[in-house]
Structure formats: structure tokens, C-alpha cells
Write a protein that binds this ligand. Structure first.
Ligand code: NAP
Length: 467
């Protein structure tokens, strides 16, 4: 039995990434009763909450209230936050091994998947992930350029990210001004010329990945009509049969909402959102300046795989769609972390149920774990990461009980503070974040908004008196 985990010798854990999974991991570690645990959470940005702050749509504030739970976790004795500290820039895995018994990577999925079609590299063809980071005021994307002078945009994919992007392209300026969207994005979107937004699903309505509340919301926009071609809203025979056999009520409801938009009368709102199904882009075409001006779409049909799922297959029917902007919203993808085994095919850290595996031996790497999207891929809602984190924490505790932990040379909690201060003197503590949070909220209150975000790291540092 290890003596680590006692009052005099607490289990010291480093969590890399301050998104939802990082906090749920800390929560599970604090909740168990067998060991005394100290958690240091490292985040490359000064501020915490990852996808909640920079991914969740600014017009979905209720979802963001989950941060109250994270605030409570951050108040637990034994928890510390080190913002503006990046693995690979300020600290290495080798450094962490000197200070912690266990290391958990919860860095999410920060990149995007590609369509792999000709013309994808043209100007105006953008990953939805970057557009989302831009409108949410992510410091890395504040100078990102989105040309909204054209009239037509296509969003490829029918997941909830596609819904967010399409909805925000169609929000009226007065709606945007009530949110915590970055000021520059409110400005740009308020002057946008986009009048027509197509959302392109490669399969049919019954296979759409978005959820019912999200598609319902499209039909309730203040200044945009939502429309579906009647022939594309109708289910094909295979989908019809699969749906009635499964009796899946949630999907039935979703299909019902989609079909309620079929052939809807336009009401004269300024913008139109058109949901398309069984349609895949096969090529993007540019104008003389290398900007997207149209796309070729192929009509798909569905076929049943041996596993019983319905997959799309191209037919020989094509159409051309004029578009000035194309957002691919076909899934996020994880980025490798320096010194951590990565499984490139899936864009995740190589792991089994959260235990990091060695790339060569496929055996667990002592003391290293992962959780959330960088562990299992970009799926599920925020709450899905809670049980995911629990699975990892159970393995961490089992390994501790079996004495399978790292042997750091420095176990005094203050030692790492000295190292961080040396490598990154402008690190953020949780108290710094709470101060910044208060300032952002106060700036928002002046305008009836939830907050006005800082989008520049130097300004964040200056606001709390670090520079
Ligand atoms: P997602 O739910 O996995 O949806 C991806 C979409 O892209 C699917 O419609 C998929 O179609 C399509 N797609 C994939 N490859 C394609 C290709 N080559 N060509 C055309 N379409 C393609 O991913 P997401 O929208 O990025 O969302 C990620 C996760 O975050 C999801 O779990 C989502 O629910 C969650 N999220 C939730 C909210 C919310 O709760 N409001 C908001 C945003 C995100 P197929 O099904 O045919 O593969």
C-alpha cells in the first residue's frame, strides 16, 4: 500500500486543461474519501472554462451557468489554478513528472476535420471551429478575418455546431447585442450582408446529428425564415423502416420539427435558413481572386451497411450552388501535446479508458491519464464529460492503491509555484480569474449584457494588475 494520499503526503495531481473535463476530474478526486489529494490545474490561457467560454454559443447563456459548479470545485482546499501556463512552452511533461504523482490531460479538441475536396483551401472556406472561436473572443482568433460582404453562406454538416454557426449568422444585431459575443464580432455580424444560409446534411432528416431544441430554435428566429425542401424533408424508405422499427421517439420528434419547415411560406424576414438533406459538396470553385464563389453538390442516397447503419452514397445527380462563404462543421479534432502519445487516426491521446498508452508497447504509461474530448473524441454534451472523467479517476485511484504512481523528487506544493513563476511570471491564479470575471460582468451590466469579454491576453494581465 502506498503512503501517498495521506495528510502528510497528499496525492499530487496535475490537470492540464481547464475545460469542463478538467474540473470534473478535480471534482471526482476531491469527492472520494480514501485519500488526501492536491490538484494543480494548468491552462494555456489566463482564463478557465475552455469550451464553455470559447465554444458554447453566446446566445445560449443558460448552458454557461454550469461554470458555477466549476467555481465551487475551485474553492475546494487543495485546488490551485495556474492560467497562462502552457505545456510545451512553459512546462514539459518531464518537469511535471518531477512534481506530481499523476498527470491528467484534458485539453479537448482544438482543431477541425477536413472535407478533403478540391477547393477547400480557397479564401472564404473556413473551419467552423475557427469562426466559433472568433465570435467567442478567443485570444488566438481575435484577428481572424471573416469576410461577410457576400450574400450566401453554406454550413456543411448537421450537428449542433452547424446549428450554432447558422443561427448566429442569422441573428439580428439587437439579439447579438444581448450576448457576451466579442464586441468585434457583434460589429462585423451586425454589418453582415449574408441573406441566405444553407445547412448541408449528407444523410437524411432521421440521421441529423443536431438535437430537437436546436432545430426548433431555427424556426423561431426573429429575423430569419427557416425552410426545408419538401422532397428532402420526406424520409426515404430505409429511414422510414429503421425509425418505425426503433420507435426512437426523440428522432421522431426531430423529424417532425424538420418536416414542419417543409414548404413553409416565407414571411419577408431579412434572412433565410435552408436545411438541405442528402447533399454533399464535391468541389468548391473560386473567382479570379481565389475566393469561393460556388460549390458543386452531389445528391446522395442511403444504403444499409452490414452493421445496419444507413450511410450516404453519391448518385449521378449534381447541382451548383452559389456561395460566398463555406463553413465546415463536420467535427472537431484533438491536437497532439508535446511528449504525449497520440493516435492520429482518431485525433485523440492514445489511451485505454483514460490510461495513456505507450505508442510502441501499447502498455499504460506510468502516472499519465486523459479525459474528455482528447480521450474519446468530440462527442456528447458538457455533462457527458462527468462520467467520462469518473472512469479515468477510478483508474487513477486503482493505480494509486497498487502503488503504480510517479515518484516526483519535489513533493512540496510550493516548489512548483517557484518553477512556474520562473518560467511564466505572468501566470494567473483563480483569484486573478475571479477578479477578471467581476470586471467583465461589470462591463456587461452597463449594457444589459452577461459580460463583455477581454479578448487579448495582455489586456487580461493589465486588468488584474499583472502588467
Ligand atoms: P457532430 O455532432 O458529430 O456532427 C458532425 C456533423 O458533420 C454530422 O452531421 C456528420 O454527418 C457531418 N459530417 C461528418 N463528416 C462529413 C462529411 N465528410 N461531409 C458532410 N458531413 C459530414 O459534431 P459537432 O456539430 O461538431 O458537435 C460536437 C459535439 O458537441 C456534439 O456532441 C454536439 O452535440 C455537441 N454540441 C452541443 C451543443 C449544444 O448542446 N447546444 C452545441 C454545440 C455542440 P454524419 O452523421 O453523416 O456523419
Amino acid at each position: 500500500m502506498s503512503t501517498v494520499g495521506s495528510e502528510s503526503n497528499p496525492l499530487r495531481v496535475a490537470i492540464i486543461g481547464a475545460g469542463p473535463t478538467g474540473f470534473y476530474t478535480a471534482e471526482h478526486l476531491f469527492k472520494q474519501k480514501d485519500y488526501v489529494v492536491e490538484v494543480d490545474m494548468f491552462e494555456r490561457l489566463p482564463v478557465p472554462f475552455g469550451l464553455v467560454r470559447y465554444g458554447v454559443a453566446p446566445d445560449h447563456q443558460k448552458i454557461k451557468s454550469v461554470t458555477k459548479v466549476y467555481d465551487r470545485i475551485a474553492q475546494k482546499p487543495g485546488f490551485r489554478f495556474f492560467g497562462n501556463v502552457e505545456l510545451g512552452r512553459d512546462l514539459s511533461v518531464a518537469d511535471l513528472r518531477n512534481y506530481y504523482h499523476q498527470i491528467v490531460y484534458t485539453t479537448g479538441a482544438q482543431s477541425d476535420r477536413q472535407l478533403g475536396i478540391p477547393g477547400e483551401e480557397l479564401a472564404g472556406s473556413l473551419p467552423a471551429t475557427e469562426f466559433v472561436a472568433w465570435y467567442n473572443g478567443h485570444p488566438d482568433y481575435r484577428d481572424y478575418e471573416v469576410d461577410l460582404s457576400g450574400m450566401r453562406a453554406a454550413v456543411v454538416g448537421v450537428g449542433n455546431v452547424a446549428m450554432d454557426v447558422a443561427r448566429l449568422l442569422c441573428r439580428a444585431p439587437e439579439e447579438l447585442r444581448q450576448t457576451d459575443m466579442a464586441d468585434y464580432a457583434i460589429e462585423a455580424l451586425s454589418q453582415s450582408n449574408i441573406k441566405e444560409v444553407y445547412i448541408l446534411g449528407r444523410r437524411g432528416p432521421a440521421q441529423a446529428a443536431f438535437t430537437t431544441p436546436e432545430v426548433k430554435e431555427l424556426g423561431q428566429m426573429a429575423d430569419a425564415d427557416c425552410y426545408v425542401l419538401p422532397e428532402e424533408a420526406a424520409l426515404d424508405a430505409l429511414s422510414e423502416a429503421a425509425l418505425s422499427a426503433s420507435a426512437d421517439r426523440a428522432t421522431m420528434k426531430k423529424v417532425e420539427v424538420i418536416q414542419s419547415y417543409a414548404g413553409r411560406e416565407l414571411t419577408g424576414k431579412s434572412r433565410r435558413l435552408t436545411l438541405r438533406f442528402l447533399a454533399s459538396p464535391t468541389e468548391l470553385f473560386g473567382d479570379g481572386n481565389g475566393r469561393v464563389q460556388s460549390m458543386r453538390l452531389v445528391k446522395n442516397e442511403l444504403y444499409k451497411t452490414e452493421a445496419g447503419t444507413l450511410r450516404p452514397r453519391a448518385t449521378d445527380q449534381f447541382e451548383e450552388l452559389e456561395v460566398d462563404l463555406v463553413f465546415r462543421a463536420i467535427g472537431y479534432r484533438g491536437k497532439p501535446l508535446p511528449g504525449v502519445p497520440f493516435y492520429d487516426n482518431w485525433g485523440v491521446i492514445l489511451n485505454k479508458e483514460g490510461r495513456v498508452l505507450d505508442s510502441e508497447t501499447n502498455e499504460p504509461v506510468l502516472g499519465q491519464y486523459t479525459g474528455g474530448w482528447i480521450k474519446r473524441g468530440p462527442s456528447g454534451v458538457i455533462g457527458t464529460n462527468k462520467p467520462d472523467a469518473l472512469e479515468t479517476v477510478k483508474h487513477m485511484l486503482a493505480d494509486l492503491a497498487a502503488d503504480q504512481i510517479l515518484s516526483p523528487s519535489q513533493t512540496n506544493a510550493e516548489a512548483i509555484v517557484a518553477l512556474v513563476a520562473e518560467r511564466q511570471p505572468y501566470y494567473f491564479t483563480y483569484a486573478d480569474w475571479l477578479k477578471l470575471d467581476e470586471i467583465e460582468r461589470a462591463r456587461g451590466a452597463e449594457h444589459g449584457r452577461p459580460r463583455v469579454k477581454f479578448t487579448d491576453v495582455d489586456e487580461m494581465l493589465a486588468a488584474v494588475g499583472k502588467r
